[in-house]
Design a protein around this ligand. Sequence first.
Ligand SMILES: C[S@@+](CC[C@H](N)C(=O)[O-])C[C@H]1O[C@@H](n2cnc3c(N)ncnc32)[C@H](O)[C@@H]1O
Length: 264
Amino acid sequence: MSAANFGDVWKHNVLLEVVNLIRKENFNYVETHGNYDNHTVTHNGSAPLGYYYLSKKYNYSLPSTLYTQINNPPTSAARYSYLSSWMQVYDLLKKSQIKSFKETIFEINQSVCTAVAPHISNHTEICYTHGNGFTGVLNLTNSPDLVFIDPFYTKAPVTEMKRVKELASKLDQKSVPYLIWYPIYRSQIRSKRIKTHLLDQFPHGARRPHRLELHDISNNKNSSHIPITGMIFSDTLSHYIQTVKTNLNYLDSSKNPCLNWSIV
Ligand SMILES: C[S@@+](CC[C@H](N)C(=O)[O-])C[C@H]1O[C@@H](n2cnc3c(N)ncnc32)[C@H](O)[C@@H]1O
């Protein structure tokens, strides 16, 4: 999966909006699934259908949003550097009025941890931890202000979705706000699995909204492209859904008819 793809554009836009809405002094941000601090994007695979597509559809002149301010929009098919979710959050919090904040990031892969360490040695606000994010987040001494849960859903998807649901229930019991990213694949089997084992576990309706999705309605057949991507909001965050939707309307074809994207 290439960075800056359609799923990344959605997850990082929503994440930044939510962080901006709830940030406060001593903000305590946690991510269960960290990965590298930044990625080099080449125009292969699903990358051209993400941020590059969006930038092109705005004739390389994107509206100013939290996301476009932090991530320089690509203006050509040249390689570019793209920050991880937690580095984007770091940039946002650094630029904000907050004097003090903390990020705790979990990553299970030791070689990723080793590669990241020298890049963040001066970032005293970031505690990048080798370990299992599903359990690590529950052992923290200070209660998080936001937990972002962002697995790949590839190796053992059903087990992973079960872990996501169990973690969400425990965070609900403690009223800890969280966001969960998810993909809906073109494959019927994979999309049914996500619906059954994840989405149906989070009751959703007009009176109890829990999700916001971005749909690519172009019917692009690229096999690595995910045509629907979403974010589950905890109960404690669901009242922000409408504001986030409004703030992100630049991703919707109602704002730019050239775009084949729709926020649902
Ligand atoms: C989808 S990536 C995270 C992307 C990142 N949040 C972003 O948006 O830039 C998933 C990462 O989680 C790591 N991972 C997988 N299972 C994990 C677990 N149980 N705990 C912590 N990290 C895990 C993988 O090694 C991978 O680096």
